[in-house]
Write a protein that binds this ligand. Structure first.
Ligand SMILES: [Zn+2]
Length: 398
């Protein structure tokens, strides 16, 4: 992730319904990011050339666990929920082998610029480091937290201790759990136990714990406070990649998939969320595309520009060709059902304008709404054929 290393990364493009398409707005949104997980593993599973062999020349445990003969088998072995449920009942975008492309526009291809692009709607040249600098831009989370029905009901969790700065908690007053105390202001024995676990695990990275206690904290918040907007930042994948541990990078992706599955099952088990919640999963940047640079990302690793994203929505989508937009537009459209008469999301039109930075970012956002490319029909160009299209998306997740 991040901080002390080279510049890394970047971000994103997700899909959203075309303005005006028949749709049922979701009442809640959960966003999960998997830091620096490559599209290569997302779409084709483990790469054999990245595995280390045993001294005997035999495949090691990770290769035995994740290698399969076909790409479809490999990705399902690595990410069973992503490919068993999200791909089947939602959409996954960005597979270059099928002509899809999801990419970043910030040109830096490391984390803070990627998350800023993702959540404020546009790349910002002022956001050019992973330093703990409050984000000058209003993220969609900050904006939603001011809207009727959402005040105090937006929560975020992430191990990386830069997350509070990305979301500018000093200004936004968002509830953010990060670092070695993932539950802010714990009130129950269970919440205190989660913080104790985070503190008791080996402090392998200096900014925060492994992903597990972060996810536990987020799940507990779902159960207790029932936020309408929840963001979970998973970070281990990037760390193990930087360390050159392909085995643990794959394992972290496998566990991220299990976390996502658990979050989705929890959502579908609660009346406040079941069948009225959209799940978005994406990443902040890609990585190098070869065995010599897959560990890295940043402006000197151009392959890191390419990413992927996905979504799973509860509702039936009626013959709605998908167009591409960024997470901000997707979030807004799904949460508030808001597309203005201009065809632009209300987030753009209603975004508070009162300071130079919000004016500039609003202009950027409004004037350049598409962070990914469209073809003439409004599809992510070229059309993502991993996606289920044209009204064939099941109405309900079972
Ligand atoms: Zn990184």
């Amino acid at each position: 992730m991040r901080t002390w290393t080279l510049g890394i990364a970047l971000a994103l493009a997700v899909v959203s319904l075309r303005p005006g398409a028949a749709q049922t707005p979701a009442r809640n949104v959960v966003v999960i990011t998997i830091d620096g997980l490559r599209w290569q593993e997302m779409f084709t599973g483990a790469g054999r050339e990245y595995f280390k062999k045993e001294k005997s020349g035999e495949p090691g445990p990770a290769e035995k666990r994740f290698w399969r003969e076909t790409a479809d088998e490999r990705r399902e072995a690595l990410l069973p929920f992503m490919w068993g449920t999200i791909a089947a009942k939602g959409q996954i975008f960005g597979d270059p082998s099928n002509g899809g492309r999801a990419h970043l526009t910030n040109g830096l291809w490391f984390s803070y610029p990627g998350y800023n692009e993702m959540f404020s709607g546009a790349a910002d040249p002022r956001v050019d480091s992973n330093d703990k600098v409050p984000n000058p831009n209003v993220t969609v989370f900050e904006w939603l937290n001011t809207r009727p029905g959402f005040q105090g009901r937006v929560a975020a969790f992430g191990s990386w201790d830069v997350l509070p700065f990305i979301l500018n908690v000093g200004r936004s007053h968002l509830t953010v759990g990060s670092g070695f105390a993932p539950v802010p202001l714990p009130k129950t024995d269970r919440e205190r136990a989660i913080n104790e676990l985070a503190a008791d695990l080996p402090p392998y990275w200096d900014y925060g714990p492994f992903d597990a206690p972060i996810v536990y904290a987020a799940l507990e918040r779902l159960r207790t406070d029932k936020p309408r907007v929840l963001y979970i930042m998973l970070g281990e994948s990037d760390e193990w990649a930087h360390a050159g541990r392909y085995d643990l990078y794959l394992d972290s992706a496998f566990r991220a998939d299990r976390f996502i599955h658990r979050v989705w099952d929890t959502l579908q088990s609660m009346p406040e969320y079941a069948n009225q919640t959209t799940l978005l999963v994406t990443t902040d940047h890609g990585r190098g595309a070869t065995t010599s640079d897959w560990t890295d990302h940043g402006a000197k690793v151009p392959a890191a520009e390419s990413t992927w994203s996905s979504r799973l929505h509860f509702a039936c989508i009626t013959r709605s060709p998908l167009s591409a937009a960024n997470v901000t537009r997707t979030l807004h459209a799904r949460v508030t059902g808001g597309w203005g008469a201009s065809g632009r999301p209300n987030y753009c039109r209603e975004r508070p304008i009162g300071s130079p930075e919000t004016i500039s970012s609003t202009r950027r956002f409004c004037c350049r709404p598409a962070l990914v490319r469209f073809d003439a029909t409004g599809w992510l160009a070229p059309r993502p054929d991993v996606a289920t299209v044209a009204g064939e998306i099941p109405c309900r997740i079972r």
